[in-house]
Design a protein around this ligand. Sequence first.
Ligand code: NAD
Ligand code: TYD
Length: 357
Amino acid sequence: MSLVTGGCGFIGSNFILDWLAIENEPVLVLDKLTYAGNISNLEQVQSHPLFTFVKGDINDKDLLETLFKKYQPRAILNFAAESHVDRSINDPDQFIRNNVNGTFCLLESARQYWLKLNTVEQASFRFLQVSTDEVYGSLKTYDPPFNETTKYSPNNPYSASKAAADHLVNAYFHTYGLPIFITNCSNNYGPLQFPEKLIPFTLLNALQNKPLLIYGDGLQIRDWLYVTDHCAAIRQVLANGKPGETFNVGGQSEKTNLEVVNTVCQILDEIKPHPNSIPYASLITHIKDRPGHDRRYAIDAAKIRHELEWEPKENFASGLRKTISWYLNNLSWIQTIKSHSSFQNWLELNYEKRGSE
Ligand code: NAD
Ligand code: TYD
């Protein structure tokens, strides 16, 4: 049995759907179901014999102890986190609570459980922390991409909270010998991504004939990876990685935000033309930049490619087409989120009083 925390969020739910399609091992999902966690993401596996769901918080030590005793996991994969940079700027508190304290509580509970295992079980136990490239900070135009030895230099409360969690995870390996991994992945996109993030937010706005909102000049660069490729990398690290190691994961697909939004528009122009026959790109609107906005992220994924023979299957063009098709075929999913008052409140808070560039 493996325990997956945050399995009802974007990457976690894709990971669970893939896991149950590929692996033959039971999986237990623990998720607090924050605004970003959606149990309906896992609807199709609710009655799968290898799937169990528990609603709960990784900060709940007693619950963790009960679950460890009952399910005896051989691995813990921690996806649970607050994940949106803009929310971390507006309200950092939840990021410290869930990402820093939560990871600490999960780690310490895992260690207490691990200490009681026999030596063979201790050696095969795994704790995998799902982290981000944002912990490395921002690159200049000609800097080489981040590798596993790049110094951590986080610039916003989200990346700082993820960096703090990673340091704790590393410390548990060096101090206690807990067999850990950290994966630092670049920006993901794909089905089931909450529509506050750039790609689904752009899609949602385009379909409503609303402005496509670009922070600042839109020349910030992210390195985009299709979510299924990230999930495959995590499975590969879990199965074949050497404990104590970090793996950078990325798609070698650096794009400016303007390129991303323009590509979304071109695909939509082709497969779902605007009702007034205008190009969707004419809806692009520049607004005031994100404070402390990191200019460029890029990942050097040579280590995982060479040591674990991981390769992404999708490129940006193929992955984006799949993503857009998924959203167009699942409009009710996005409609449900859109109609929640908490989502409307977020749009008001982050965009309505923001002003233009
Ligand atoms: P998400 O916001 O879509 O989902 C997070 C999930 O964690 C939600 O289901 C939420 O309910 C759950 N959660 C939050 N706090 C919890 C707690 N205290 N206890 C239990 N569950 C809790 O996030 P995502 O985009 O799926 O990201 C998953 C992980 O991957 C995060 O750790 C994130 O930092 C990391 N990551 C994300 C990206 C990306 O592009 N989205 C890239 C690299 C790494
Ligand atoms: P996002 O999807 O929030 O991911 P991250 O901040 O973790 O990289 O944003 C991706 C990029 O898109 C980032 O540079 C911020 C930018 N962006 C906009 O220009 N407009 C938006 O409305 C959003 C949500 C993001």
